[in-house]
Design a protein around this ligand. Structure first.
Ligand code: PMP
Length: 303
């Protein structure tokens, strides 16, 4: 974390500071993204994964809470590449753009308040285990209904829901949580989407289930179809169905593809990483690290 993008330019990280009176700090009025960039040792190159897609989602999130972005999609994509280059890392990193209500102002509301945009980057390995598989618990917290928050927007304030679920899971000795939607069907993890394999088919909850429209979720759908000839069905998943799944995994920018081997202490199948999950991981990591020419459009070189 040597440099950040802050108030319109790249500055030393230590200079990128906001006030304790900042609206976003007080009320959670910010939207954000999590982008990965993968270091390819053989190519001596770093690849930013789905840069444009993340900024398209950021634009949607920003408009959901009336944040005006001073920069175009192209500008933000370019700042990201410039910032990665300036930091000079030769390892996998995580990129965090934030658009926020930047004014020092007491009082709720979303209009008539200044906005700003910043980016920081940080070295980042695996967020969840990707080799042995993880143990998850079904959370007592449910996802927040779309009647209470705009659906599909990645709003910082909304992440108290994810944090409560994650904290509860860790307190109970699990690695991660599965949250149900307000009506009780399976939604997603605290920071990742969920896939189930059943009878050779892939199943994932539809966006109606109050889940974040994950960029990895779509990428997995594409890879499964193109490379393994497996279609994905988007449908409701009842909680009980999880226990009889052949395979389960989380996917997300941070989580990548993280196999789930236990739910609420009950083993999924034989409690080992399943073959479809493993195949998807192999294909996914080749594509994201810039080693598969077929998926070159997914990645943008930094150096
Ligand atoms: N759900 C939630 C709640 C998340 O925070 C994330 C991470 N952004 C995801 C799903 C996965 O989204 P993506 O694949 O775009 O990272």
């Amino acid at each position: 974390m040597k440099y950040a993008f802050f108030k319109g330019k790249i500055v030393p990280f230590a200079e990128a500071k906001i006030s304790i009176m900042t609206h976003a700090f007080n009320y959670g009025t910010a939207v954000f993204e999590g982008i990965r960039a993968y270091w390819n040792q053989e190519q001596q190159q770093m690849y930013v994964l789905k840069n444009r897609e993340h900024y398209e989602r950021l634009q949607k999130s920003a408009s959901a809470i009336k944040i005006k972005l001073a920069y175009s999609l192209e500008d933000m994509c370019r700042f990201t590449l410039e910032l990665c280059k300036k930091n000079g890392y030769q390892e996998d990193i995580y990129i965090r753009p934030i658009a926020y209500k930047s004014q020092e102002k007491i009082g709720l509301g979303l209009t008539g308040i200044e906005d700003d945009f910043c980016i920081f980057v940080s070295p980042f390995g695996a967020y969840l285990d990707i080799t042995k598989g993880i143990r998850v618990g079904i959370s007592s917290w449910r996802r927040i209904s779309d009647q209470s928050l705009p659906q599909g927007a990645k709003i910082t304030g909304a992440y108290i829901n994810s944090s409560l679920a994650k904290a509860e899971a860790l307190e109970k000795g699990f690695d991660e949580a599965i949250l149900l939607s307000p009506d009780g069907t399976v939604a997603e993890g605290s920071g990742e989407n969920l896939y189930m394999v059943k009878n050779g088919e892939l199943i994932t909850p539809p966006l109606k289930e109050i889940i974040l429209p994950g960029i990895t979720r779509i990428a997995i759908m594409e890879l499964a179809k193109q490379e393994l000839g497996i279609n994905t069905t988007e449908r409701f998943i009842a909680k009980e169905e999880l226990f009889s799944a052949d395979e389960l995994f989380f996917c997300g920018t941070g989580a990548q593809i993280s196999p789930i081997i236990e739910v609420d202490k009950r083993k999924i199948k034989d409690g080992r990483v399943g073959p479809i999950t493993k195949q998807l991981q192999d294909i996914y990591f080749k594509a994201t690290r810039g080693d598969n020419p077929k998926y070159k459009s997914w990645v943008t070189p930094v150096y």
